[in-house]
Design a protein around this ligand. Structure first.
Ligand code: FPP
Length: 244
């Protein structure tokens, strides 16, 4: 473990939850005169590395923004390629992830994905359901506003049915109706590839998250870059609106 640690990371102060906006696959491919799908394929290799490293570092939750509610606007060929990559990744990787004690979970309206994706995701969640290592949350057909909207619909129905008084709605009740209900708020959000925006990711959950941006495209992100982000996080002063 020691020799692979370039940054002086404090293993006692690990962020419990890291969420990543994996951006730049397209630009990475374009720079190499490759089709965009080659960038996504290379991006899957990075996912493999980063899940392993997160597990090794003892990070409890890793959430990856793999497909947003807005990504359906991409050309059909690209959407199909992403869905195929997801199925291939799960088919090829689940037994290894299981061996490494990784627990797979999904956030977002994943049931609206193609049937093969839904089947593989549910299989993966069943197989890894009892694992106690890193919780790998795949954000699929995920949108922060959509997640909040779904919670509002459920809570409004409870009020309509007399199960809840509107005055008794709390922040915890709202969180409990999000697809991230079982997942603590992210401590650290990483976005690769130079853009500094949230793109509808985990809107409710990131209220007090630390943000880390890097110009590196997702296919070039690696173990050392993850350590660098964690090191940056560990050297910040989190006050959660209070004083120290
Ligand atoms: C952003 O790059 C990346 C995505 C929208 C998808 C991320 C998906 C993967 C890494 C692979 C599939 C996922 C799994 C879980 C197997 P971009 O296309 O927006 O890049 P650009 O901004 O440079 O065009």
């Amino acid at each position: 473990m020691e020799e692979k640690m370039k940054y002086d990371i404090n293993m006692e102060k690990m962020p419990a939850h890291i969420a990543i906006i994996m951006d730049g696959n397209g630009r990475w491919a374009k720079a190499r005169f490759l089709p965009r799908t080659a960038g996504h394929k290379a991006g899957v290799e990075t996912i493999r590395k980063i899940v392993k490293e997160a597990n090794r570092l003892g990070i409890k939750y890793l959430t990856l923004y793999a497909f947003s509610t807005e990504n359906w606007k991409r050309p059909k060929l690209e959407v199909d390629a992403l869905m195929n990559l997801l199925v291939t990744y799960l088919r090829g990787e689940v037994s290894e992830l299981d061996k490494n004690n990784v627990k797979i979970n999904v956030v977002g309206d994943y049931k609206k994905l193609p049937e093969a994706c839904v089947n593989e995701l549910e299989k993966a969640m069943n197989i890894t359901g009892d694992n106690t290592g890193v919780n790998l949350n795949l954000a699929l057909n995920y949108g922060g506003r959509n997640d909040i909207k779904n919670a509002v619909v459920e809570i409004a129905a409870m009020c309509r049915d007399g199960k809840l008084n509107p005055e008794d709605i709390t922040e915890d009740i709202i969180k409990n109706h999000l697809s991230t209900a079982e997942i603590p708020d992210p401590d650290l959000v990483i976005r690769t590839s130079g853009e500094q925006r949230l793109s509808n990711f985990l809107l409710w959950d990131v209220a007090y998250s630390e943000f880390y941006y890097t110009d590196i495209h997702w296919p070039d992100f690696d173990e050392e870059e993850l350590q660098k982000a964690v090191y940056s996080y560990q050297n910040r002063d989190r006050r959660f609106g209070g004083v120290k």
